[in-house]
Design a binder for this molecule. Sequence first.
Ligand code: PLP
Length: 434
Amino acid sequence: MREPRPTLPEEARLLEKAARCLPGGTLGTYRLPGEPAFVVKRAQGSRLWDVSGREYIDYLLGSGPMILGHAHPAVVAAVSEQLSKGTTYFLLNEPVILLAEELCRAIPCCEQVRFTSTGSEATFFALRLARAYRKRDKILKFEGGFHGSHDYAPMSFTPRSPKAFPAAMPDSAGIPHVLEGEVLIAPFNDLPTTEALLAVYADQLAAVIVEPFQRVIPPQKGFLQGLRTLTARYEIPLVFDEVVTGFRFAYGGAQEYYGVVPDLAAFGKIIGGGFPLAAVCGREAIMRCLDQSLEGTPEYVAQTGTLNGNPVAAVAGLATLGELRKPGVYARLHRTGAALRDGLADLVRRLGLPGQVVGEAPLFDVFFTDQPITDYRSTLTSDRAFLKAFNHECLKRGILKGSQKFYVSLAHTEADVERSLEALAGALGALPRQ
Ligand SMILES: Cc1ncc(COP(=O)(O)O)c(C=O)c1O
């Protein structure tokens, strides 16, 4: 284990200010699993440093956008060049048109694009668009699926005592109760139950929205294809939430990687290169409802945003995608991720812990259970307190990861993986044994 460095007074003062000025002392983003609490000073490549000078190998990666690692030279150069040309216009600009063109080239379902600033907006507007197109109100989502923070999304994401399908349980206070009836819940990776729900509710549904790789749970063989067939049969738009999966496992996203093409998709994270930019993409027949020349007609979908098409974010996104198009890049990302994922699985096995590593090589995590993880309810069999303790032990050893995610970047090297596996072995070894 590395030498523990004390928290410097400067960092302690910042943490005190945060505790005073921010609810709960956080940004509402990742809550660190315990002491030492820290404040980020800077990040470069696969590393991040706090104000007290502690170094972390970063598998949180800004919750996913930093697939090239932090402060990648191509992104820094593109952004620096754009800054002196102006930082936002609320008008068409060359970078964002080129980014839209590249998304249309890369993403199988993408014939047109509408930009937003966040992934939450992208899923929110994808659902509004589907409602306008299909002229129905309800949506079907999957238990445990995350689609952001708007009122339709935090429904049965982490229900503590799940209800019978398709009843939704809001995950947040303040959501209008009337919306609970507008969102139906189905079990991920369970096609027969989903099919039975569709048979009853198809005529009321505007859309089926799914994370094609839900959190870190891969789709079982035939699940996405089955959803595609069913939604096509009932003419219900199928929406893939690719905010996480977009450009992560393959250049064309989960739809390329798993070979199933939805009608609409929400993208975010990687396409903004670390800046606030996201997008709704999809078939022109549906996207055309956003066309401002339809204003005043019953089909028109109102959507606007001050920073829609922000040129700084667009150049960062273009630079990121440019790097991802280089030959061999995804093979390298999968190789690095597999070395860490399989190394972690090996450690869990060798230590005789009841655990398994779930996910694809660029994004995975460990679940401390011997039950197969296929959907939200199976994750409830895992020991979450043990995972929290593991995350804490990782952090103490300079490994920064999400609460239930390891994101791998192209900046992670073989040496990083080797050093990380040593730290992970230490973290697992330090956990209390039953
Ligand atoms: C699958 C998925 N959809 C939507 C969102 C919301 O994106 P944002 O945080 O940019 O609003 C997230 C955020 O992590 C996500 O993981």
